[in-house]
Write a protein that binds this ligand. Structure first.
Ligand SMILES: Nc1c(C(=O)O)ncn1[C@@H]1O[C@H](COP(=O)(O)O)[C@@H](O)[C@H]1O
Length: 162
């Protein structure tokens, strides 16, 4: 089986409601992906294995979503040079600001491209992944350009009352 270019990983099943937004956008753009539950806290060996094999398996971008003490994206970034896009999952206790800061504040040397909190961040992570793939893949570039043009065209010039 060939490895898809994008890996979507998340700390828990409970993150899937958010991370599904990334998956749906990749579907729209006809970009293949795999989705896995990988937790730095709960399944550290799985994280290690995923990071260790990412380059050889041919993954080109990893989208990593987690909430609270969201160490997954940063730990993955420290284990592989495959670019990691982090999605801070919204939390009940601290609204996802905890997730955001946990992902964003990486020490120099191991960056995570951090998106907005929640579903907008997950969708944008997919678009960012598409932009990265588009650098080398003209078909993805064409589909991404068309997607962006369609979004712009859908925005009305004037507001309506309802
Ligand atoms: N932040 C992490 C990590 C990690 O960073 O490795 N593993 C799980 N979690 C987070 O714990 C939250 C609650 O998880 P549960 O709903 O399973 O209790 C989830 O948002 C998950 O991302």
């Amino acid at each position: 089986m060939t490895t898809p270019p994008v890996g979507i990983i998340m700390g828990s099943q409970s993150d899937w409601a958010t991370m599904r937004e990334a998956a749906m956008l990749l579907d729209e753009l006809a970009i293949a992906y795999e989705s896995k539950i990988v937790s730095a806290h709960r399944t550290p060996d799985r994280l290690w294995e995923y990071g260790k094999t990412a380059v050889d398996r041919g993954l080109q971008v990893i989208i990593a979503g987690a909430g609270g003490a969201a160490h997954l994206p940063g730990m993955m970034a420290s284990k592989t040079r495959v670019p990691v896009i982090g999605v801070p999952v919204q939390t009940k206790a601290l609204s996802g600001v905890d997730s955001l800061y946990s992902i964003l504040q990486m020490p120099k040397g191991f960056p995570v491209a951090t998106m907005a909190i929640g579903s907008a961040g997950a969708a944008n992570a997919a678009l960012m992944a598409a932009s990265i793939l588009a650098l080398q893949d003209a078909d993805v570039a064409a589909r991404l350009d068309a997607w962006r043009e369609a979004l712009s065209a859908s925005i009305p010039e004037e507001p309506t009352d309802d």
